[in-house]
Write a new protein. Structure first.
Length: 338
């Protein structure tokens, strides 16, 4: 697959343009600090809060999946419920996830061999162990992005576009996705590259990313405009099928199921989250770690009055934020922005 060589000036924000977002505390000692940038927008897209540099481009990574799913759905592919959720998922590869992906492919008569995402073991340990016991190996269908790829292939069949090369930037599908990204974010990407799964990824500002995610999350399935109807169906599917979007016990799934948010984490410290009232946050942890991303996003939404601080506190024990020593909790990751 071809890709854009990024000229030196095109890069994410620098350390000097970031702010401290979270700290790791061990036995009362601040052991590590996570710097980054974050933006909070109202449901109308106005900036409520800005921390650090929110205008320089970042690669959204898997937080781009909602745009890719909307593009597929707006290309004549009817995806509803779990099928829509798997199209925007970074799933853990359980058999239920794999069955959803296989279902998308089989209904369109597409062989699994058409998936161009790399082979992988399931992230879910139980599923991986079961495959090992059966003597099976890694496979593209267990890769966390396989649902997105299956949906892309279905769009190709629906529109009589070639299956081969569906990840190339010049393929009609990828051009459609780029158009949706620009339409929802109101930005032209500063650069494009190759994501971990092989699909194009487009660099956007955190402000633009938040704007686009907010528009998807607040779209209604009865909108008079077709593309926003599809975005509305996607938003409903995510909120009603949290297990599909990630997997049992995973932060995105927990946040969706317990707080009713539209959320999507991305590699290299990216997180987007939209509350029912439309308030949306987008952030990047500059060191690429995701361990504090959900915590920071939820606190920013609570500070904005979009969700209750008490609901956030009730969820925190299940987000893996404890710091251990000798098998016992001796500290925790804390949000530390001002």
């Amino acid at each position: 697959m071809g890709h854009t060589q990024l000229p030196h000036p095109v890069q994410t924000f620098a350390v000097t343009d970031a702010v401290e977002l979270a700290v790791v505390e061990r036995s009362g000692f601040v052991e590590s600090r996570h710097a980054g940038s974050a933006v909070v927008l109202t449901g109308e897209g106005a900036v409520l809060r800005s921390l650090g540099d929110v205008t320089s481009p970042v690669f959204p990574r898997s937080s781009m999946k909602p745009f890719q799913a909307v593009a597929v759905m707006a290309s004549g592919v009817t995806l509803r419920g779990e099928d829509a959720a798997i199209a925007t998922a970074s799933h853990t590869g359980t058999q239920r996830h794999a069955d959803l992906v296989r279902g998308l492919l089989s209904r369109a008569g597409i062989p699994e061999t058409a998936l161009a995402c790399p082979p992988a073991w399931p992230i879910d340990h139980a599923t991986r162990d079961a495959l090992v016991r059966l003597g099976a190996g890694q496979a593209p269908i267990y890769m966390e992005c396989s649902g997105k790829h299956a949906a892309m292939l279905v769009a190709c069949v629906q529109n009589e576009w070639p299956l081969t090369g569906y990840l190339e930037p010049e393929h009609p599908l990828q051009k459609r996705i780029l158009d949706v990204v620009e339409r929802f974010t109101g930005e032209r990407p500063a650069a494009s590259g190759v994501d971990g799964c092989g699909a194009p990824v487009h660099a956007l500002s955190l402000a633009g990313l938040a704007r686009g995610i907010g528009r998807i999350a607040s779209s209604k399935s009865n909108s008079p405009f077709a593309i926003y109807r599809e975005a509305g169906f996607l938003s409903e599917a995510v909120r009603q099928n949290g297990w599909v979007v990630a997997g049992p016990g995973k932060p995105d799934t927990l946040v969706i199921d317990r707080l009713g948010l539209f959320v999507k984490g991305g590699a290299e410290g990216i997180m987007v989250a939209a509350a029912p009232n439309g308030t949306t946050v987008a952030l990047k942890i500059l060191d690429g770690s995701l361990r504090a991303a959900t915590l920071v996003a939820l606190n920013l939404l609570a500070d904005a009055g979009a969700i209750a601080h008490t609901d956030v506190e009730a969820l925190l024990p299940d987000l893996g934020l404890a710091v251990y020593g000798g098998g016992h909790a001796v500290g925790r990751i804390h949000a530390s922005y001002r």
